[in-house]
Design a protein around this ligand. Structure first.
Ligand SMILES: [Zn+2]
Length: 506
C-alpha cells in the first residue's frame, strides 16, 4: 500500500511540475500550492508537507502528503487518493512551496488608509503594496476618509486594485447628545460601514451608540484613552475590542486617578506620552486581574498595537529602522520628523528616564497580555502605522516580535495575527485559516517564522549556509481572494516609487 501511494504521489508530483508558476496579480481557476509546511491560524503546530488546492477565491482542499497520511488515505481498492482529489482537473498554476511555510494571510486589525501625511499627498499604492509585500491580506481601517475607504473597499473586493480586503470602521467623533449619537450610528450603517471606531467619547453617548450599534450589527473598536470612560465601560456596553491599552490599567488604579504632577496637561502630547509610561505601574494588580477577568466574560478583545509605542522606550531604534533607507516615502519621512503640530511627535526632549519608564511599562503590559490570554481573553494584532516611526506592514511584524518578547509562543502570535483577528472582525468562518471552505487568503514564506519572525519582513534576513552568507526570507507569494501577488515584485515597485518621489522632492 505504501509503495502504491508513493507511485501515485510521484505521478501527481510530475503532473504538478508541468503547470506554470502563476503570474503576479492574475487569478487562475485552479491554483495549487505544492509541498508546503503549514502553520494554521488556530494555534496548532506546523504540519506538512501539504498541498493546498485553491479554486477561484476559495481553498477547496488541504491535503497531507507525508507518508503516514498518504498510507492512511489510500484504502485498498480505491485509487488516486494520494493527494489529488478523484476526478479533479490538473491545476492551471502551481506554487512550489518546498522548504517554505504557508500561513493564513496576515490581518492588520488597526490600520489607517493614508493618502496624505501632514497635508502632503502620498500615493495610496505605496501603503497598499507594502501591506501586500508584508503578507497582509486584510486590514481593518479604524479611521480615515470614510468615503474613500468605502471606495477602496469596493475596488479591492472587485479585484480592481492590488490591495488587502478592507473593513471600514469610521471614526465616530464626539456627538453632543445621546440622540445625535444614535442618529450617527444609523448614518454610518446606511453608508455601509462594517463597524465603528470610538475615541474620546463621553459615557452617556458611548452607552447609547453601542446600544444602537449592537442592534444594527456594527462592531466597535475603542481607542480607550485616559478619559471619562475606561475598560469597565467597554465591559458594560459590549465593546468588541479595546485598541492600544490605556483604558485597561486606568480601570485598575487604586485612587481612581493617576498620580499626575500638578502641571500635567492631557493635550500636551509630551505630558501624555511621558506619564502614560507610568500607568501600568500605578495599576493595582488585584484590580487589574478583575478588569481582565471581566473583559474575558464580556467578550471584549484586546488589540494592543505594541509596535506603535516603541519610540517611547527606544527612540533611536525607532528612528533608524533599516527599511527607512530605501522604502520610506519622503512624505512619511517628513511627517515623522519632530514637529509639535503632528500627532505622535512628542519625543522632542525625550529622556533616558522616559525610556526607562516605558521599558518597565512594556514589561507590565506584556505580563497583563499574558494574563489576559491565560484567562481566555482574545488578543489581536494591529500596527497603527503611519505614525511615530512605524511603517505600514513592518509595524505589524514588529508587533509580532514584541508579543514574542512578552512571552507568547510564535504559534500563538501567528494565531493572534490571523485567526484571532478574524474573530474580532466576525469573519472567523471565512478568514484567518488554511482550511477547505475558507477564503483563499494565504502567504508563502521563505523561511520558518516559528524560528524567526523576522523572515516575514520583505527586506528579508541573512543566514549562514555552508560558510556562506545567504540572503533569504520575506514573503514570496501573498494570495488574497485567490489572486497571487509576487511579493518581491510589489516590494521592488515600492522601492522605485520612493526613489522617484525623493528625486522630485529634491
Ligand atoms: Zn490608530
Amino acid at each position: 500500500m505504501m509503495l502504491r501511494s508513493l507511485v501515485v504521489f510521484l505521478t501527481a508530483a510530475v503532473a504538478f511540475a508541468q503547470a506554470p508558476a502563476p503570474t503576479s496579480g492574475r487569478r487562475v481557476h485552479r491554483l495549487l500550492i505544492h509541498n508546503a509546511t503549514v502553520v494554521d491560524g488556530n494555534g496548532t503546530p506546523a504540519a506538512g508537507p501539504k498541498d493546498i488546492v485553491i479554486e477561484d477565491n476559495k481553498i477547496v482542499d488541504v491535503i497531507a502528503r507525508d507518508p503516514v497520511a498518504l498510507s492512511r488515505s489510500a484504502p485498498p481498492g480505491i485509487g488516486n487518493h494520494a493527494g489529488v482529489p478523484s476526478g479533479s482537473a490538473p491545476p492551471d498554476a502551481v506554487i512550489d512551496a518546498t522548504g517554505k511555510y504557508v500561513l493564513p494571510g496576515l490581518i492588520n486589525a488597526h490600520a489607517h488608509l493614508q493618502e496624505e501625511r501632514g497635508g502632503k499627498p502620498q500615493p495610496i499604492e505605496y501603503e497598499l503594496d507594502i501591506w501586500l509585500a508584508c503578507g497582509i491580506t486584510t486590514v481593518r481601517d479604524v479611521g480615515s476618509d470614510t468615503r474613500r475607504a468605502l471606495e477602496l473597499r469596493r475596488m479591492s473586493a472587485e479585484g480592481q486594485i492590488a490591495a488587502p480586503r478592507i473593513f471600514v470602521y469610521p471614526m465616530f467623533g464626539r456627538p453632543k447628545t445621546v440622540e445625535a449619537a444614535r442618529a450617527h450610528v444609523r448614518e454610518l450603517k446606511a453608508v455601509g460601514a462594517d463597524g465603528i471606531k470610538i475615541l474620546g467619547i463621553d459615557r452617556d453617548t458611548m452607552e447609547a451608540m453601542e446600544d444602537d450599534a449592537h442592534k444594527l450589527g456594527l462592531r466597535i473598536a475603542h481607542h480607550a484613552g485616559v478619559e471619562e470612560t475606561n475598560a469597565w465601560d467597554d465591559i458594560r456596553f459590549g465593546t468588541t475590542s479595546i485598541e492600544h491599552w490605556y483604558g485597561i490599567p486606568d480601570a485598575a488604579i487604586e485612587d481612581g486617578v493617576q498620580h499626575f504632577p500638578s502641571t500635567y496637561n492631557y493635550n500636551n502630547e509630551t505630558d501624555r506620552f511621558r506619564y502614560a509610561g507610568h500607568l501600568f505601574r500605578e495599576a493595582n494588580p488585584e484590580r487589574l486581574t478583575k478588569v481582565l477577568e471581566a473583559m474575558v466574560k464580556a467578550n471584549v478583545a484586546w488589540d494592543p498595537t505594541m509596535d506603535i509605542y516603541e519610540a517611547s522606550r527606544d527612540l533611536q531604534r525607532a528612528q533608524t529602522q533599516p527599511w527607512f533607507a530605501e522604502y520610506l516615502h519622503p512624505t512619511l519621512e517628513e511627517y515623522f520628523k519632530p514637529n509639535p503640530a503632528n500627532h505622535g511627535s512628542y519625543f522632542i526632549g525625550w529622556t533616558s528616564t522616559d525610556e526607562t519608564s516605558w521599558k518597565e511599562n512594556y514589561r507590565l503590559w506584556g505580563a497583563a497580555l499574558r494574563q489576559f490570554d491565560g484567562l481566555g481573553g482574545l488578543i489581536g494584532m494591529g500596527d497603527d502605522a503611519g505614525f511615530i516611526y512605524q511603517m505600514y506592514g513592518f509595524g505589524l511584524i514588529r508587533g509580532m516580535e514584541l508579543h514574542q518578547e512578552a512571552g507568547f509562543h510564535p504559534i500563538r502570535i501567528i494565531e493572534q495575527a490571523t485567526g484571532n483577528n478574524a474573530k474580532i472582525l466576525g469573519q472567523e468562518d471565512k478568514l484567518g485559516r488554511v482550511r477547505a471552505g475558507w477564503t483563499a487568503d494565504l502567504i508563502v514564506v521563505n523561511g520558518n517564522p516559528l524560528e524567526n519572525l523576522k523572515v516575514l519582513y520583505p527586506t528579508g534576513v541573512d543566514e549562514v549556509r555552508n560558510g556562506q552568507t545567504v540572503h533569504t526570507g520575506g514573503v514570496e507569494w501573498t494570495i488574497k481572494d485567490g489572486i497571487p501577488y509576487h511579493a518581491p515584485e510589489l516590494f521592488a515597485k515600492v522601492k522605485q516609487m520612493v526613489a522617484e518621489a525623493r528625486k522630485s522632492a529634491r
